[in-house]
Design a protein around this ligand. Structure first.
Ligand code: HEC
Ligand code: HEC
Ligand code: HEC
Ligand code: HEC
Ligand code: HEC
Ligand code: HEC
Ligand code: HEC
Ligand code: HEC
Ligand code: HEC
Length: 313
């Protein structure tokens, strides 16, 4: 059990100095004397860890003297500079492990993320496409250790991988980043189950080139028809807008050339399914996809005007 000893001299001295600094605080402002420093203590090396005074003093009700100076000095950095501030020492009942032993507070061999707060969980990348990663799932549920990822695959700073310029599915395939495990052996292959890391757009996608007014709805395809992301995003469309936009508009007046162009374009994309086999054929119901000006007005509640040449063909 924890021994709650009487207030030590150093704590009294500190209280005096904090009194000076904290004079005249309004009642509901943070009370440094009763709670200890307001800002969390954050260690960055060897890995990031966080200690919050208020949780311990205010919420749990531990006295300053319980920790200061028997367990910790009131000088930030002392523990880490001793070079003994390790998980091993804690599991042997030192430092945080005096209490975090599974009896007085949760043990140090569990709940890693409570102390090693990696900021937001999950981590979400928005560019170039939205993806997410959960520390707690990997550390607690999969029981991976920090070093499995942070000794090579990732640095401990959100955004560093994105800055490298090769944080891509292609790199994963070569065994880098997430692909160091998500290779089909150590964890599911990153070229499958796209939806476990990515999010389908909720808004309808509007194609506006080469012709305007083609609408694609993920909800219908993903939720209603339950098509896996890979059925489109592996070979047909990239998972961001613009796949079709690069295609040139047919300028030929020759009806045969024109028709061939249209067949090529449609069969390469939507027509991979919309060929009257899995889904209605693109040759039959043009206006289901090409919704035209009227369709747009309806979709936008009748308000927005769509100009252009894409209407009703
Ligand atoms: C559960 C343990 C615990 C309790 C209780 C506790 N502290 Fe601390 N305190 C720490 C730790 C850990 C550090 C950082 C020590 C280190 O880095 O070596 C620290 C550091 C400090 C520091 C130095 C901060 C800095 O920025 O340099 C002050 C001041 C401090 N505590 C005041 C208090 C006061 C006042 C109380 C009571 C209201 C209190 N502490 C209660 C654990 C505790
Ligand atoms: C004097 C005993 C004591 C010491 C020393 C101590 N803790 Fe705690 N800590 C507690 C108790 C008691 C709780 C609340 C009970 C629980 O969550 O199991 C707690 C809770 C926590 C929580 C949970 C906070 C939350 O929001 O739920 C974290 C994180 C934490 N401690 C980190 C640390 C770290 C890091 C250290 C060492 C730098 C440390 N503690 C040292 C007693 C202690
Ligand atoms: C009660 C808080 C607490 C819990 C729970 C905790 N740690 Fe720590 N850990 C610390 C503190 C404090 C340090 C020392 C400061 C630092 O290195 O950030 C540390 C240091 C480390 C280090 C670097 C030093 C060393 O021992 O090699 C690693 C790695 C580590 N922790 C991993 C883990 C893992 C994995 C878990 C879960 C199984 C875990 N920690 C649970 C508080 C905690
Ligand atoms: C399965 C892989 C994996 C494991 C295991 C893992 N991390 Fe991470 N961690 C990441 C990724 C990915 C990032 C984001 C890096 C990036 O954006 O380049 C990250 C980022 C971080 C960051 C930076 C957070 C920020 O807001 O900048 C910290 C701190 C961190 N991890 C701590 C830990 C600790 C501590 C452990 C062990 C308890 C751990 N990680 C285990 C993959 C992992
Ligand atoms: C294990 C998690 C994971 C899986 C599974 C996954 N991705 Fe990714 N993907 C990411 C992360 C992380 C990034 C990089 C950050 C970002 O762009 O959001 C990324 C980036 C991308 C990018 C932009 C960068 C690039 O490579 O061009 C595309 C496109 C993409 N993923 C498509 C897919 C498709 C399609 C699938 C399924 C066949 C898939 N992803 C499966 C995690 C995953
Ligand atoms: C050190 C190995 C490792 C790395 C690196 C790694 N993962 Fe994982 N991941 C796993 C394991 C193991 C599982 C669980 C086994 C499985 O589902 O195949 C898993 C499961 C997942 C899951 C499913 C979790 C759930 O909800 O059940 C997602 C999503 C995921 N990882 C995303 C990522 C992303 C994104 C990255 C890169 C930023 C990444 N992982 C990097 C090992 C890793
Ligand atoms: C039936 C085909 C199909 C399926 C299935 C599908 N998508 Fe898409 N997705 C598309 C098309 C078409 C686009 C637009 C591509 C373009 O403009 O080049 C797109 C674009 C995207 C974009 C980029 C959106 C933007 O605004 O940049 C994301 C992200 C995306 N899809 C995620 C997903 C996810 C996650 C799944 C699975 C849950 C999924 N998609 C399933 C066809 C599909
Ligand atoms: C399954 C959906 C779908 C159906 C059905 C469909 N289209 Fe398209 N169409 C598209 C998409 C996607 C594009 C390329 C994006 C854009 O131009 O907005 C396109 C582009 C076009 C273009 C512009 C190509 C160019 O380069 O000139 C024409 C013209 C066209 N379609 C005519 C038709 C006609 C005629 C029909 C009916 C016989 C039809 N489409 C049926 C989805 C469809
Ligand atoms: C992976 C196969 C697949 C691809 C690729 C695909 N679709 Fe579909 N789509 C379906 C299926 C299956 C249905 C439902 C059956 C049906 O309506 O014939 C459907 C239905 C639709 C519907 C009818 C929705 C309703 O209200 O009934 C539209 C519109 C549509 N798709 C547009 C598109 C467009 C535009 C593209 C290309 C950007 C596309 N689809 C690509 C499989 C696909």
């Amino acid at each position: 059990m924890i021994k709650y000893s009487v207030l030590t001299v150093s704590c009294a001295a500190l209280t005096a100095s904090l009194l000076l600094a904290g004079n005249g605080l309004a009642g509901d402002e943070y009370d440094v004397r009763a709670l200890g420093p307001k800002n969390s203590i954050v260690w960055q090396t060897p890995i990031k860890a966080v200690f919050d005074h208020k949780v311990h003093t205010g919420d749990v009700g531990i006295e300053c003297s319980t920790c200061h100076d028997d367990i910790f000095s009131m000088q930030r950095g002392t523990a880490v500079n001793s070079r003994k501030f390790t998980m091993k020492a804690m599991s042997e009942g030192q430092f945080c492990g005096v209490c975090h032993n599974g009896d007085d507070a949760f043990a140090t061999d569990t709940n890693c993320m409570a102390c090693h707060s990696a900021g937001e969980d999950p981590i979400v990348w928005n560019e170039p496409v939205k993806a997410s990663f959960s520390h707690s799932k990997h550390v607690e549920e999969m029981e991976l250790s920090c070093g499995d990822c942070h000794s090579g695959a990732f640095s401990m700073k959100v955004g560093s991988s994105s800055k490298n310029g090769d944080f891509t599915m292609a790199s994963f395939k070569e065994g880098k980043y997430c692909g160091s495990c998500h290779n089909g052996d150590d964890a599911f292959d990153s070229s499958t189950q796209c939806e476990s890391c990515h999010f389908p757009p909720t808004e309808k996608i509007v194609f506006s080139s080469p012709v305007k007014s083609v609408v694609f709805d993920h909800n219908i395809h993903v939720k209603k028809e339950e098509l896996p992301c890979e059925s489109c995003h592996k070979d047909v469309f990239i998972m961001k807008q613009g796949t079709v936009a690069d295609n040139e508009l047919s300028v030929s007046e020759d009806p045969d050339v024109k028709r061939k162009h249209l067949v090529d374009l449609h069969s390469k994309y939507c027509g991979t399914c919309h060929d009257s086999s899995q889904a209605f054929g693109y040759l039959t119901r043009c206006t289901v996809c090409h919704i035209g000006v009227k369709g747009f007005d309806q979709m936008n509640g009748g308000g927005k005007k769509e100009s252009g040449h894409g209407s009703g063909h």
